[in-house]
Design a protein around this ligand. Sequence first.
Ligand SMILES: [Fe+2]
Length: 289
Amino acid sequence: MIVLDELKNDNLIEKLDYYRNLFIEEKVIGFNKFSLYDTNDSGKYAVNASGGKILLDSVKDFIMHVSDCVLNQVVILPNNQHNGQERVFSQGHEKEYKDFVWYNIHSDISEVDNPNLAVCRLIGMVMDVFTCSSDYGKTFFLDREKMLQQTPDHIREWMKQIHVVGLIGQKHIDGLNGVDWDGKRWPLRNMPGIISHPVTGVDNFSFTSYKNKVIAEDMSLESEYREFIDDYLHDDENWMTWEWQEGKAVIWDNTSMLHTYSPGWKDGERVFTRLQGGFTVPHHKLGNL
Ligand SMILES: [Fe+2]
């Protein structure tokens, strides 16, 4: 992870390769300031004929180039409130608080027609409103490439013959379908136990949430595998923390990172614009291992 002061939109085109390579190397880039919209000479937001703010073309170019996948598509979704779980964990409940954070780890699904197959490589958040305490609404990241490297050899070998089926985020499973908050159903996603990065080809631990199911002929190591996941995810050493303030932004590689958040904010206290780019189907570079 690297933190940069500002994404400067002047001459951004010339710096796109620099950001692309930095994203490959660091997987998470934080920005203390990130401008989404055009401003006029007096520093106020420029508006179009209907009074809406004007999105900078350079932002789209940035996402398109930095996400670097074959199926390039850029999505910018303002006004995300997310469910902040209004509950605030008081002193003496640190374990409960931590369990909440770790249990909610996931990688994001995309908004394309095949949500069971495709994921988005670049996910970004630009924080438009942040009025709660900086203890709340933090974002945490974990690197699944390092996780695979630290997996004991015999478990890694066993993982070559498993498939991981599952949902992400807060959705739940009913039979062979995933059920969304609004009741929409779609087939579950099925991925090899080890997947390769779509750009670098580096292998990573195929894990999208605690709701994953394992399918394999040989299930003998499943409990050892789950114990390793649990131990690895509960070790603070393996996590990176991003604290929010209004105007900050972060982009991360959703094809090799997990993320989660600390709860506690109330409606309207944490509002962000979500960025997405580079849709890809999780796979292993050798096909079936
Ligand atoms: Fe997420």
